[in-house]
Design a protein around this ligand. Structure first.
Ligand SMILES: Nc1nc2c(ncn2[C@@H]2O[C@H](COP(=O)(O)OP(=O)(O)OP(=O)(O)O)[C@@H](O)[C@H]2O)c(=O)[nH]1
Ligand SMILES: [Mg+2]
Length: 434
């Protein structure tokens, strides 16, 4: 089974777990006071963050990207560089009267990217500039891009002013809601241009790249283009056949990287995944950096369950907070287990939770677990003194989630868990005080 297929199966399991949460909660291997199971359900189902993650997983979809840049600046190359694979383009559909094309990138019959590509810069002014901008504006409204990538060639200083001028006009029109990235392309050609291996860039090359970046930043800020970060990249790849764009999609699929000159593409992916819609970000990562997709989902899940735990502490309930928190933590552990693809079930997740208590790491829940061992999970003792503060509840669940992530996903050794929990607990406390 392919890595991606395997990952899709794991996501299905997580989604299924959520969709059948009722049943799961009713059969958790815990003794719980009457009515506690309903409270657990309510706490999880009413949490916005958890909802958002699950909805994001269910509705994951290809990112929609607006690419702006001159002919030859490297728009098509950048997309292939993002994937590290040559993806065939569907036939472009022309939009409006100007050079505006819409197409998809596909892999194994599946759409991985939807793109609108505009070669507007410097080429539209002569004929009919107003209608070019109008076309673009309408296209953006219809297309609703997740991000705008504005490409400028790092080695063509003379053009940068013009490029920035153009982007400003567009940006003023389109508005500032959409993440804008100014991508400086062709940085492998920055002096000393003989150095092409990205891991061999020397200090003078790195300094020159840095200075191109500051030039661009200054131009943008002089033009009052706010909120655009500048990311210098090289999308340079030599494939095992020449003129890959002339090959058939069948042949393109077979292309192999002969020389990989890509530089800083990871930073671009990272910015995009952090700043675009969750549904699109998951899809992007599934096709580019699968491990990061897993971590992003589990991090969001941990945060969601942490916040739900904090809510428990703030809500008056007729039994001990712990009677609600421990089952929630157990469900979080099961979810992370499913996400990791390991063979966890309710029982083994419970054992994991108990063992966390046994290692005696600091933090809520754990202290309780440490004191009482597995008996702590026989949650029948309601009463006074059992309430916890919301920050303690958040940090405790957060730490347990991080420990599960480390153990199931990153496969760290059990001996390292106490230290990981301690750090996570501190991190959880710091997050709460923000
Ligand atoms: N050295 C180097 N060459 C690049 C880089 N990016 C693209 N190229 C080359 O530049 C040429 C043009 O790249 P494309 O990706 O086709 O440019 P484009 O912006 O899609 O051009 P149009 O489709 O005509 O608008 C190709 O020969 C690429 O191999 C880069 O980062 N470094
Ligand atoms: Mg192109």
């Amino acid at each position: 089974m392919g890595k991606k297929k395997d990952f899709e199966n794991r996501l299905e399991r997580v989604i299924n777990l959520y969709d059948n949460l009722d049943e799961i909660i009713n059969t958790l291997p815990l003794e719980m006071p009457d009515g506690a199971r309903d409270t657990v359900k309510k706490m999880i189902f009413s949490n916005d963050e958890i909802n958002e993650v699950i909805t994001g997983l269910k509705e994951r979809r290809p990112p929609r990207i607006l690419l702006i840049g001159r002919t030859g600046v490297g728009k098509s190359s950048l997309i292939n560089a993002l994937f590290g694979k040559y993806h065939a383009k569907t036939s472009p559909i022309e939009i409006g009267t100007q050079k505006l094309e819409r197409y998809n990138y596909e892999s194994n019959g599946e759409v991985v990217f939807e793109v609108i590509d505009t070669r507007g810069i410097g080429e539209s002014k002569t004929d009919n500039a107003t209608s070019a901008e109008e076309d673009l504006k309408h296209a953006v409204e219809d297309f609703d891009p997740d991000a705008i990538l504005f490409l400028s060639d790092a080695t063509q200083r003379a053009r940068m002013d013009e490029d920035v001028n153009y982007i400003k006009e567009i940006y003023d029109d389109i508005g500032m809601e959409i993440p804008l990235v100014t991508v400086l392309t062709h940085v492998d050609n920055v002096e000393p241009s003989r150095i092409k291996e990205p891991d061999q860039y020397n200090r003078s090359k790195l300094r020159n790249i840095e200075s191109k970046k500051s030039d661009m930043e200054k131009l943008l800020s002089d033009m009052n283009v706010k909120n655009s970060i500048v990311i210098p990249v090289s999308a340079y790849i030599e494939w095992d056949r020449e003129d890959p764009h002339l090959l058939s999609p069948e042949e393109q699929k077979q292309l192999i990287i002969e020389f990989d000159g890509r530089y800083n593409i990871e930073e671009l992916i990272d910015f995009l995944q952090k700043n675009m819609d969750f549904r699109a970000a998951i899809h992007l990562l599934m096709n580019t950096r699968l491990e990061l997709a897993v971590r992003k989902i589990s991090n969001s899940m941990i945060k969601g369950f942490g916040l739900a735990s904090a809510t428990v502490a703030l809500t008056p309930i007729p039994f001990s907070d712990i009677a609600i928190l421990v089952p929630m933590q157990l469900i979080l552990v099961i979810m992370i287990g499913y996400l990791s693809g390991s063979n966890v079930d309710k029982e083994s997740a419970k054992e994991f939770l108990v063992s966390l208590g046994r290692v005696g790491a600091a933090g809520f829940g754990l202290r309780v677990l440490a004191q009482q061992g597995s008996k702590a999970l026989n949650l029948v003792a309601p009463g006074a003194g059992s309430a916890v503060s919301s920050s303690v509840a958040f940090a405790g669940t957060f730490a347990i989630g991080k420990a599960a992530q480390a153990y199931f996903i990153e496969q760290v050794n059990e001996e390292d868990l106490p230290e990981i929990m301690k750090k996570a607990h501190e991190e959880g406390e710091a997050l709460q005080s923000q």
